[in-house]
Design a binder for this molecule. Structure first.
Ligand SMILES: [Zn+2]
Length: 311
């Protein structure tokens, strides 16, 4: 567990102090990337490397050259690391996150696209590919995002997007972790793989009476089905967890992002929401900064053209 004030700054003043120069940012990244000391990616030798500027490291044994940022989302970036760090600090310190325009203003970028691409790269680092599945009691339902609504200004998608929501319920009935994913439709072919990927087998999965969930038992889950038509309680009473999370997602998309998103990028927004929601009780914002940097350096680089959906 990283220690407050030892592994990450506690506040903005400390942040400015820690990362006053570009070199300090490289040193910080190196410490997080190789926690037990540098290991040459070419010959696996564990030995202090030769160092030159901008995080360039040369293995003393085989003279292989590498950088701290190689193979991470900071790979070949033209943006200074100090700016990246400031962006990460800002994004993780804002309770509701930020949109590209907000980031552009705060960092003083001339170009909106720079802020937009930066945020999207960070969103991609917000989810660990090896994360654990939810377990215990889990509510699962679908929710709809987007579509036309009156009185709201924004670039709305033509069609509503369907989002599958899974929420852990803890023993006291409070909410645990969430998982969200855009799905194509509400058939079993879309819903069952979502549950299998997000929820540990053996868990109790609570759903409504929709037929798309009817074969959950065959996949190793204990299916707890509430048929709404035959029960007097409306959806937000019988499925309070997913109902609450779905309305938080909607409010966040409307508030921070003005309801404007393209279905193509929706999963990344959902990842950001998940990152924030699952760490909502974290006492230190600095820890979120640390975690995001840690995940950013274990994530592959994302060139701009892949972000905008090209090849
Ligand atoms: Zn080497």
């Amino acid at each position: 567990m990283p220690e407050q004030g030892v592994d990450y700054p506690r506040n903005w003043n400390e942040f400015m102090d820690w990362f006053s120069e570009e070199e300090k940012c490289y040193e910080y990244l190196e410490k997080i990337r190789w926690k037990n000391g540098f290991i040459c990616p070419s010959c696996n030798t564990k030995e202090e490397p030769y160092r030159t500027t901008r995080g360039r490291l040369t293995c003393k044994s085989c003279l292989h050259q590498t950088t701290v940022t190689a193979g991470t989302i900071f790979h070949r970036t033209r943006t200074p690391l100090r700016t990246w760090f400031s962006a990460i600090w800002y994004v993780t310190n804002q309770k509701q996150g930020t949109n590209a325009l907000g980031l552009q203003r705060v960092l003083g970028f001339k170009c909106y696209q720079t802020a937009w691409a930066m945020l999207h790269k960070l969103r991609r680092a917000m989810i660990r590919p090896d994360r654990e599945r939810l377990s215990g009691i889990v509510e699962v339902d679908e929710s709809y995002l987007g579509g036309k609504e009156t009185g709201v200004v924004g670039r709305w998608v033509e069609k509503k997007s369907i989002v599958a929501v899974a929420v852990e319920l803890n023993e006291k009935g409070g909410l645990g972790r969430v998982r969200l994913r855009q799905i194509m439709d509400v058939t079993a072919d879309s819903l069952i793989p979502f549950v299998c990927e997000m929820v540990e087998p053996g868990s109790i999965v609570k759903t409504d009476g929709w037929s798309g969930y009817s074969r959950l038992n065959e996949h190793g889950y204990i299916h707890d089905k509430t048929i709404l038509s035959s029960s007097a309680s409306p959806a937000h009473v019988s499925m309070p967890g997913v109902h609450q999370v779905a309305s938080l997602v909607k409010r966040w998309m409307l508030g921070t992002h003005h309801g404007s998103f393209s279905p193509q990028h929706l999963d990344y927004y959902l990842d950001e929401f998940t990152f924030r929601f699952n760490r909502r009780t974290s006492r230190s914002r600095g820890l979120l900064f640390y975690r995001l940097i840690e995940q950013a350096i274990s994530h592959s680089p994302e060139p701009y053209y892949s972000l905008i959906g090209g090849l």
